[in-house]
Design a protein around this ligand. Sequence first.
Ligand code: ADP
Ligand code: MG
Length: 777
Amino acid sequence: MGNVVKYFDVKNLGCASCAAKMEHEIQKMEEVQFVSIDIITKVMKIKYNKNKENESDFLKRIEASMKKIEHDVYIELTDENKNKNKNKTEGKNKNKTEGKDKTVSENFFIKDLKKREKLKEIAIIATSLILLLISFVPYFKPYSFIICIVSYFLVGTPVLMKTARNIKSKNFFDENLLMTIATVVAIVIGEYHEAVAVMVFYRIGELLQQMALDNSKDSINSLLSIKPDEARLLCETENGAQIIPRTKKKPVEHIKVKDVIQIYPGERIPLDGFVISGKSRIDVSSITGESMPVDVEPGDEVLSGCVNQTGVLNVEVSKTSKDSTASRILDLVMNASHKKSNAEKFITKFARYYTPAVISAAILIAAVPTFLFKMPAEVWIYRALIFIVISCPCALVLSVPLCYFGAIGTASKNGIIIKGSQYIEALEKSKIAVFDKTGTLTKGDFEIVSIKPANLGFSEKKLSKDDILMYAAYAEEKSNHPIAISIKKEFLKNNKIESFAKKHEEFPGGGVVSEFEFGEITVGNYELMKKRGIKNITDTIKDKNNTVVFVAIDKNYVGSIMLSDKPKPNAKFAIEEIKKAGIKEIYMLTGDRKSEAEYIGESIGIKKENIYSNLRPEHKLEIYEEIKEKNGKEKGKGGRDESAIFIGDGINDAPALVRSDVGITMGTVGSDAAIEASDIVILNDDLTKIPKSIHISKFTKKLVYQNIIISLGIKFIVMILGITGYATIWESVFADVGVTIIAVINAQRILFYKPKPYIKDKIITDTACNDKCCSTN
Ligand code: ADP
Ligand code: MG
């Protein structure tokens, strides 16, 4: 039956390291190809082979293996999945709004419930803490044991109950058991104050962890609000024609391509489309991270997720809800936490061994001195307890993914979609950046400089310039290459396309060949002409700084079109910032000719020897790999430890984007191929997002390292102090809960991080590259 990917909410998932254990268990099942449980969103992504077995039996088996680790856990299809199913059955069930209201009130109820539960939890912890403090007051000294026991049961009952339940289901090795052993043994040896303290702080730690998780989740959830549920339908299409006028709100999933929707000022744009009437200013910050609003008028494209600010817009829908920008961004971000970084993988593996190792050490500490050397048992049992209290690796297991999760959120707030933690890691290690030229470093908005008709081989006559432009525009009709778009734009100013190709073939990095009733037209560069056997090309054009395309009809060369493209206004500035961010070498690869490539490259600060021209798409990948190899070898590292970024506009760079360590796509929200192929998508053409993403990755790594060092370092020190008798249970409580809190709070810093370069809100003018275009502060 093939493979299926499904998402499930994992309910009642308690500890972070349990999630890792569950993954480990589920992965063992034969039909499971991939499983990942995100401990922050508590969503499980699972890819499995759907074959013979009844699906619900399979899911039951999955659930059972999870229950082995945590007794109360169960799974439920996520809302996304449910919505998909709901849409399928739609039509029979028209009364959708009713269902929707119900979910809204359900959500509200759940939120309210959670808030009340939290308050109850705080009240219990606070009461126990106060009781603990009272037990130290001299006046209550005679009753201190009783007070402590009351406080202990008040705060510890849920933990004790969970341990009892786990023991009953024969899966008891978790943090609840550790806390139970530590506190019960402490009471038995008379350290009842400590027993209460361990329980109270354990619960405080749990509560704060939960709050930190909620906080990080909220930052991603605020992204969810970029996708409106409904759109105001103005005109509906039937059989491709807009005929049925209506004005009513409809769920976005029901709106079809070519339907016309209306958006009032202050409303979020629900679907991608083109403005057909109305003028307005739109706030694009939630999509591109750009704070400058954009003016739109009829003919302009608008993307879903942006906010309409000033006027009423009528928009012809160009993409369905599923394919619209807002949904795609959400999909990418929500999936990102399932592509784990090496640091995360290491931590989960480490956690698997850490706890048993520390527990074994505790047993040895309690047993060896007492039985072998006849030393006092209470002393060594007490020291062993210190180990048990710090044997939970929660601080690490939680705080490392929290850093990456936050980083993905922060990046998306800046208009950078990172498709997985692993790419943040690779970005951080990057030392080389390899750029494509057209559309990436340049605007890809070609201006026609001149048209040169050629002597026709078969007659004395030449075609007119207008004819050459016309044939070129006809041939490029279906192409989306920047050159094609520019040629068509120029032609359509005064004309209409009247002949359409019977057959169209695109040669990426070369040009196009289109077949018409009257013959075959070839438009492209010299290499393509050579390949197609077109002769007598006289490249008479002197200006070496422009791009030239040749036009041939039925293999006869008829003339050439010279076009000029300019670097993006901030390209030079961005290249400088990329270098400042730690990239040592910058390369440019292009399918364009040498002279033009060097002219553009050098003008924005790329060394001549790092510019490669006349490349076909497959060569780009070869050169990318060569560059990586060369740089790695020179530094004696074999190129393994350093990664190289490839940045392309996705039209013909897909092979290199896919195979590179980090593939970044520029400004191609609309292009499926680009979004598929790349690891990072930059939602507008802004090259300065590249240094920004590098800075985010560096800051994330700093936080991850700090967290690892703090958590392991403090635990290790307390273990040494404990074994030598210098630390008490109080210190170990700090080493456990205190450290978790520090690490979790530290991880939250990524949510407030503002990556460099800070660019003032200034409209970047359309002039050629010039340092003054972008000012920094
Ligand atoms: P880059 O590698 O800089 O992005 P491309 O690989 O897209 O450039 O294109 C390389 C060259 O191939 C262009 O300079 C142009 O000469 C030619 N070319 C590619 N596609 C087309 C097209 N659709 N029409 C005409 N020429 C094209
Ligand atoms: Mg390109």
